[in-house]
Design a protein around this ligand. Structure first.
Ligand code: BG6
Length: 483
């Protein structure tokens, strides 16, 4: 199978914060891989902008170093790297002052597709947007790309939206949630809306519950200062997990069109019931040597959660009575992200009670080993009576799609190309982000008011005991966390 690579129109992409971590790890290596894939025309121009005073060649040398670290050795072709670097320029710029803006204006061509990636602290968004406008660098179709965290509550998200809206239209603003760029996350929409098989069963009548797990093995070491002001709820649930929930729970959009898809996601967020303390378990990891989250965060009094489990309800006709269990945490047993849709029992069993019936389940694996697994009941082979056994219809994309399944673009590569193409489907709209904060704000305020302390859980475990109880109380259980 050969995937189609459609080159994008020649463009100028300015990366503010070009010497930062995200640019080094994700944005620049991702652009190189797309270049290698034939998607970036030679006439495109990538302009790094940051405070440091660097020449073009010094910046190119930094990119080469980043590629040595973050690009697969098999893809590091010196001739291609040299060609790629010919597209690269650098401008030293003062985001809040006037230095460098005239040089930037001289580089950005007014008749090109223009994209400005704000890979900087949100406090600088306003200053950048204002200067792009004031110096007449951005044309009327220019795209602005911003990263999470997009605010830390509803008020700050509204303020950020207001700041951007002062200079750019909503159709020009691309808010990245990199989970939406993951191959399997998009596959969720294909599975649901390109197959007749699942949709008739995709409701409270047939779905017992849904489990969404994003488990990580890493701790917060190195990012403790940021993370401690955020926690798993703000860092992961408000964006990535809620986006996954939306894609599972939303109604079919009338078309695969940015606003049609985002309208349906927004309805899901607005339909979420408020949570009570009974629906929430928060945890902090502690390892065998007694070193814990609070040490990594360098805040002994920290009440920030490195783990959270939630039981949510989407209050609409389709989902009334079907709980959605969400969990995410650091330093867990394995790095795995998956969604499990667990179906109900058949209405009547013709088999004896002890035949070994287990529920049907559709597991969508986001990472690692992207794929899908549909658990079905069949007859246990062999002589003797009718015994049932659960078997997986397991598909790994890497196996099913051959080389291409194993070589899927990273989320950032895909999303940046969507920016250039002007496709906002996989980006969060301002009202979606605000609705997500409107739901999480009172939950966070609840535990802040009671000064609730997260429970401790062992590093390398599946999370706090009470998280198991969250499901046991409902006579359900989490799937095991394993790769
Ligand atoms: C980021 C969070 O958005 O997502 C990190 O800030 C988290 O805390 C990361 O580790 C997880 O992303 P991925 O793609 O590795 O699952």
């Amino acid at each position: 199978m050969v995937s189609r690579v459609i080159p994008v129109d020649p463009f100028d992409l300015v990366i503010f914060g070009a010497t930062g971590d995200l640019a080094r790890r994700k944005i620049l290596p991702g652009l190189y891989r797309r270049f290698l894939g034939g998607q970036i025309p030679d006439e495109a121009c990538l302009i790094g902008a940051a405070r440091a005073s660097l020449s073009d060649d010094q910046f190119r040398a930094q990119i080469e170093a980043a590629m040595a670290e973050f690009v697969d050795p098999a893809k590091r072709d010196p001739a291609q790297i040299a060609r790629f670097l010919r597209c690269v320029r650098y401008v030293a710029i003062d985001a809040t002052g006037e230095e460098g803006w005239a040089q930037l204006k001289a580089l950005v061509r007014p008749d090109r597709v223009q994209a400005f990636y704000f890979s900087v602290a949100p406090t600088l968004f306003g200053a950048l947007a204002e200067r792009l406008h004031k110096h007449e660098i951005a044309n009327s179709e220019a795209r602005i790309v911003v990263e999470k965290p997009f605010g830390r509550d509803l008020a700050s998200a509204r303020a950020l939206n207001g700041t951007l809206a002062a200079h750019f239209d909503e159709r020009q603003i691309y808010r990245i949630d990199h989970y939406l760029g993951k191959e399997t996350v998009q596959n969720l929409m294909a599975v649901r809306f390109a197959n007749i098989l699942f949709e008739p069963l995709w409701n409270a009548q047939f779905v017992d519950h849904v489990q969404i797990t994003v488990a990580e093995t890493v701790g917060v070491g190195g990012r403790g200062a940021y993370y401690d002001k955020s926690g798993a709820m703000r860092d992961m649930v408000q964006n990535h997990l809620m986006q996954l929930l939306c894609l599972i729970a939303m109604e079919p959009p009338y078309h695969f069109d940015p606003d049609a898809v985002r309208d349906e996601k927004l309805k899901v967020i607005r339909a979420l019931d408020p949570l009570t303390s009974e629906d929430i378990v928060r945890g902090q990891y502690v390892d065998a040597r007694g070193k814990s989250y609070v040490d990594d965060a360098e805040n002994p009094a920290s009440r920030t959660e490195s783990y959270i489990a939630l039981r949510c309800h989407v209050a609409n006709w389709r989902w009334k009575g079907t709980p959605f269990y969400l969990r995410t945490g650091k330093k867990l047993r394995a790095r795995t992200s998956e969604i499990a849709v667990v179906f109900k029992e058949p209405p009547h069993s013709i088999f004896d009670d002890d035949t070994g019936w287990r529920e049907n389940m559709l597991v969508i694996r986001l990472q690692p080993n992207e794929g899908m697994n549909l658990k079905m009941m069949i007859k246990e082979p062999g002589p003797g009576g009718m015994r049932l056994v659960q078997v997986p219809l397991d598909m790994s994309f890497a196996d099913a799609l051959g080389e291409e399944g194993a070589d899927m673009p990273d989320a950032y590569e895909r999303l940046i190309m969507d920016v250039i193409r002007g496709n906002q489907t996989l980006f969060m709209r301002g009202d979606e982000v605000e609705a997500a904060w409107a739901w999480t704000d009172p939950i966070i305020a609840g535990w802040e008011a009671t000064k609730a302390r997260p429970q401790r859980y062992d590093a390398g475990s599946s999370g706090p005991e009470d998280a198991l109880m969250l499901m046991h109380r409902d006579a359900r259980r989490w799937r095991e966390i394993r790769e």
